[in-house]
Design a protein around this ligand. Structure first.
Ligand code: N1C
Length: 250
């Protein structure tokens, strides 16, 4: 009987797992009132369904992006690299100050999900999908590349980026931030790029890191660059005290 229960449990888990992504998509999507979630789900699925999961190029998501375009969020756009938890800990409480891609419809609907299709099937799978680096054109990676590009395209005014002072190369050329977002900042829209270097107890780098010099040199000359070392606790404080003005967070 133990074996039967195990098998039943596994198959139930698989069925629910497969259903789950659709129901997760819809329940997250329905929080954004002004969108047709069925239309977005269809646009999402067409990107990868019935395809080899290593042959989904970034352009496959063009129709999805077109169906839920990003709005300009001047002076509030927040980018990050290897600081997801700190950033979202802050933006969950201070979306009056900062907006990340995960605060937008598409970013929030697909955050932390894995999906792929299979040739000859119209299903969406959530297991057995290629890992981030297994092949470049996998459904998840192409989605984040495409949506990050679209999100960076509408950034304007003061732009903030949180980088991680606890790793060797806070501005890493292979990151989405460096390879997709920064190249899209143009001086006619983006005025300042303000880097916040998140400093934890055991930090090994800060604003003086050579990779930050690369960042400064790679942006348009018309964009003013700044970098500030800020302790993680200071960032958390900004989130827990709504009376702190956005401009006084650090
Ligand atoms: O490669 P990264 O960081 O530099 O990408 C982060 C950068 C942010 O500014 C976001 O705008 O790119 C955007 N972005 C997401 O919003 C996002 N949400 C979830 C990029 N990746 C995102 N993910 C997942 O995090 C994604 O599946 C991949 O595994 C990581 C990349 O994060 P990173 O390496 O810390």
């Amino acid at each position: 009987t133990a074996l039967i229960i195990l098998i039943l449990g596994l198959s139930l888990g698989l069925t629910l797992g497969r259903r789950n992504i659709k129901s997760t998509f819809f329940s997250r999507c329905e929080k954004f009132k002004e969108y047709d979630c069925q239309k977005l789900w269809d646009a999402f699925q067409q990107a990868y369904v019935n395809k080899d999961p290593c042959k989904v190029p970034v352009e496959a998501y063009d129709p999805l992006i077109a169906a839920a375009p990003f709005k300009h969020q001047c002076n509030k756009t927040m980018f990050w690299s290897k600081t997801k938890d700190v950033v979202h800990g802050l933006t969950a409480k201070r979306n009056d100050c900062f907006v990340t891609l995960e605060d937008t419809l598409l970013g929030s609907v697909l955050d932390n999900l894995t999906w792929c299709g299979k040739e000859g099937s119209n299903d969406t799978f959530t297991t057995g999908c290629p890992g981030w680096s297994e092949c470049v054109n996998n459904p998840v990676r192409s989605f984040w590349n495409r949506s990050s590009a679209a999100f960076a395209d509408v950034a304007c005014g003061n732009v903030t980026a949180m980088l991680n002072g606890s790793i060797n190369t806070p501005f890493n050329p292979t990151s989405i931030f460096a390879s997709v977002e920064v190249p899209r900042f143009i001086a006619s829209r983006v005025k300042n790029l303000n880097v916040v270097m998140v400093i934890q107890k055991n930090n090994i780098s800060n604003c003086t890191d050579p990779s930050l010099k690369n960042l400064r040199q790679s942006i348009d000359t018309g964009i003013t660059f700044s970098c500030k070392d800020v302790s993680e606790s200071r960032i958390q404080e900004c989130g827990s005290k709504p009376e702190i003005a956005c401009g006084a967070c650090w």
